[in-house]
Design a protein around this ligand. Structure first.
Ligand code: CTP
Length: 405
């Protein structure tokens, strides 16, 4: 994607936006106006995006040898991108884009742009409310731009009003939604993804759970959505609300393994695939009606019963693509292979939690992917966005092989 950053104090928020978009697997090419470079160094964006930053048609950019940048850079970059976002967009940049003025790299790229575009204004509230800015934004919206409206609150000039750049979560979610609406590999497909942990109550105030954060599942959901899929997300506990807000999905929140089972069985009918990535409790206690008091017990024995295995219960369903995950501290590949067969899955993500290199819940993990045909992705240390991209890619391939329902 292309991210145009224009010159306002909110440019600092574009740094976090780049980081989060990158974590959802997007390749972000940043274009900055001269004024934007007064607020944030191009090197910051180059570091966060891992891409050279383009600042001007005629000078070399940070991270790129001068010779490889030429005056048609904006045409090249524009041709390669799927979506164009301007954030923050100042009143000046909005006015220029609305009127087709192409006097810097960002505005030239905007004039050359033909695909889906989003604009996130940030300015003083009087500038935002000024009829001329509103007219310019209306003109852009009539030409297909999606406005990510600014929020009310404290402004850098010391006043309060509507003009603060939209939150990073809103911007990321808007970008992912626009990508989802494109004609992608998975357009017309509906995919159920489960995320997070389950929580099994011991009594009304205590529970048993695990440390799953749902990060891998949510990144898979956004990678699938960016490829055009509609996502039904069955979300357990332990998931960051901020990350959840970024994922373009129909979200059903559940707590226990039993609730997750009921929800998955309800969603599955309309779905083409199930990515069972939640860490579902294998055992649950019978919840006491009232709080257990310590005075009444010297030793407290909890009786735990096996929960229903959701995937195993769906093993006869051969119409949909089913992918599971297996986390083990030893024999990770061997055990994953057994689960793949027992649960009649199309693929399984084998996570090796036995090593110290990638602790549970961290940004990266040691994992591989197995299918009925063998090792699709060899075991290795990889980041969650990387692994999520591989899972999304494999899902598209498996769906393609299975054909349309
Ligand atoms: N799973 C499920 N229902 C359960 C428990 C697990 O559908 N009640 C799914 C998980 O979401 C995951 C896969 O089954 O996709 C493997 O989970 P895991 O707990 O690792 O496997 P188990 O078969 O429970 O293995 P073990 O007996 O070694 O715990």
């Amino acid at each position: 994607m292309l991210l145009g950053v224009s010159g306002g104090i909110a440019a600092y928020k574009a740094c976090e936006t780049v980081r989060r978009l990158t974590e959802h697997g997007l390749l972000v090419q940043v274009l900055m106006t001269e004024a934007a470079t007064q607020f944030v160094s191009p090197l910051t964006f180059a570091t966060l995006s891992g891409q050279p930053v383009w600042t001007d048609e005629f000078t070399s950019s940070i991270g790129t040898p001068a010779s490889s940048q030429d005056v048609v850079a904006h045409i090249d970059t524009v041709e390669q991108a799927d979506v164009f976002l301007v954030a923050p967009a100042t009143a000046n940049t909005i006015a220029k884009i609305a009127h087709g003025i192409a006097d810097n790299l960002l505005t030239s790229a905007a004039v050359a742009w033909r695909g889906p575009a989003l604009i996130a204004p940030a300015m003083n509230y009087r500038m935002y409310e000024n009829p001329v800015t509103q007219e310019n934004l209306r003109a852009l919206s009539q030409r297909g731009y999606t406005e990510i409206e600014p929020e009310e609150g404290w402004l850098a000039c010391g006043e309060t009003g509507r003009g603060r750049l939209a939150s990073v979560s809103r911007i990321v979610s808007a970008v992912l939604r626009v990508l989802q609406e494109r004609d992608g590999r998975l357009s017309g497909r509906r995919i159920c993804v489960t995320a997070g942990s389950t929580r099994e109550q011991i009594d009304p105030v205590r529970f048993i759970s695990n440390a799953s954060t749902g990060v891998l599942a949510l990144k898979c959901a956004s990678a699938l959505a960016a490829d055009g899929a509609q996502i039904d997300l069955v979300c357990g506990t332990g998931v960051s609300p901020e990350l959840l807000a970024e994922v373009p999905a129909e979200i059903t929140k559940v707590e226990s393994a039993a609730e997750m089972k009921a929800s998955v069985e309800e969603q599955i009918d309309g779905c083409d695939a199930l990515l069972m990535l939640a860490a579902v409790a294998d055992f649950a206690p019978a919840s006491a009606k009232h709080k257990i008091r310590k005075g009444e017990h010297e030793v407290l024995n909890l009786e735990l019963r096996r929960t229903d295995d959701i995937l195993y219960g769906l093993r006869q369903n051969k119409d949909i693509v089913k992918i599971g995950v297996s986390l083990e501290t030893e024999d990770a590949l061997e055990r994953a292979r057994t689960k793949l067969k027992e649960k009649a899955l199309d693929a399984i993500v084998a996570v090796d939690y036995g090593t110290d290199e990638a602790p549970y819940g961290d940004v990266s993990l040691r994992a591989g992917i197995l299918t009925g045909e063998g090792e699709h992705l060899p075991m290795g240390l990889r980041t969650k966005p990387e692994l999520a991209g591989e899972i999304a890619h494999l899902t598209a391939m498996l769906l393609n092989n299975k054909g349309r329902r």
